[in-house]
Design a protein around this ligand. Structure first.
Ligand code: COA
Ligand code: ZN
Length: 310
């Protein structure tokens, strides 16, 4: 099985969408530059959603027009409906990410549609994307738990995943939007889906609300999953999923998988710059656990060096 892990950075979308302080396009591009410099090559850059629903993403078209296209980076744009699809494609998007929640209420709260309607809209947009040469990625969100309806039966996730693949989705990302899942649930879901579709067409998206995101990442990795959505510094939280905190931190996942013998092509040390820029622009204290460790190592080294100099 492959030892290459794809880190799909979602900080610019999932990470920023709930931030109270507006981050200008210039700031988003600075974060992106630092991410690219550290080796990140897959990025969900923004979402073409209603600016009233998510003001932080109102600049999606401008941002898309200014993305660096000469660095070998694959960008995705999240779209909630046909209008979002059209805006994204008009702005140059080549890969889109559709979002379908596993429960009725989450779809209603998030995109103003019933589960049935949202499923139809997702299928229609996937089919249109395929016809028009655009790559469709599908999120099945709130896949283990919903802030409005509680537990979600895995069969629902299996059924929705099947329908997205039947429609032509290139990849399905199973998302624990509120971070309520545990490794046993994750293992069952990904083992079942990987047996049906192969692990290469699946991705995992974890939030760290209860501190289980790294354990869940490992559980998915053991099922053969090699694509993970992560967010720089652990930035994040969904405005329509109360109580959910940020995604698993990019630097923590990179550190964990690299130490375990996988390759991401990303330099953890260099990610620190991206974390710092994101923290400066958002005013949030950011950083995965591994950064505290790196910083404590540096303090020890400095203390040793100054003791030796005295
Ligand atoms: N981008 C920008 N504007 C959009 C849009 C899109 N993708 N889809 C619809 N609109 C506009 C409509 O044109 C309309 O504009 P108007 O008031 O000027 O006429 C307005 O939004 C309302 O349209 P309507 O179809 O009634 O949608 P709604 O108000 O039920 O909102 C969504 C539906 C999907 C646009 C909105 O719920 C949304 O953007 N949700 C995304 C939430 C999100 O980002 N969640 C986190 C990521 S999963
Ligand atoms: Zn998320």
């Amino acid at each position: 099985m492959s030892d290459k892990v794809i880190i799909n950075e979602v900080g610019l979308r999932d990470g920023l969408q709930n931030q109270p302080r507006h981050v200008p396009v210039k700031g988003k591009l600075k974060i992106l530059d630092a991410l690219i410099d550290s080796g990140v090559r897959s990025v969900e850059a923004t979402s073409f959603v209603s600016p009233k629903a998510v003001p932080q993403m109102a600049d999606a078209a401008e941002l898309y027009g200014r993305l660096p296209l000469d660095k070998g980076v694959t960008y995705q744009a999240l779209v909630p409906n046909e209008k979002g699809y059209e805006r994204a494609v008009a702005s140059g998007a080549k890969t889109i990410a559709l979002v379908l929640a596993s429960t009725e209420q989450m779809n209603v709260k998030n995109i103003g549609m019933s589960l049935e309607r949202a499923t139809e809209v997702n299928i229609a947009v996937i089919k249109r994307a395929k016809r028009e040469g655009i790559i469709p990625r599908s999120y099945i969100s709130t896949a283990v738990g919903c802030p409005y309806e509680g537990d979600v039966a895995p069969e629902v996730v299996f059924d929705l995943t099947a329908r997205m693949f039947e429609a032509g989705a290139a990849e399905v990302a199973v998302a624990d939007t509120i971070g309520s899942g545990n490794p046993a649930q994750v293992k069952f879901i990904f083992e079942t889906l990987a047996n049906r579709y192969g692990p290469d067409r699946l991705a995992a998206h974890f939030h760290d609300t209860r501190g289980l995101a790294l354990a869940n990442t490992w559980a998915a990795l053991e099922c053969g999953i090699r694509t993970f959505d992560t967010s720089i510094g652990g930035l994040g939280g969904c405005p329509f999923a109360p109580g959910a905190t940020g995604n698993v931190a990019t630097e923590d996942v990179v550190h964990m998988v690299e130490r375990s013998g996988f390759e991401t092509g990303i330099d953890v040390e260099k990610l620190r710059k991206a974390v710092k820029i994101a923290a400066d622009y958002t005013g949030q204290a950011l950083g995965g656990r591994v950064l505290s460790w790196i910083e404590s190592q540096e303090r020890r080294k400095q203390a040793k060096a100054s003791a030796a100099a005295e």
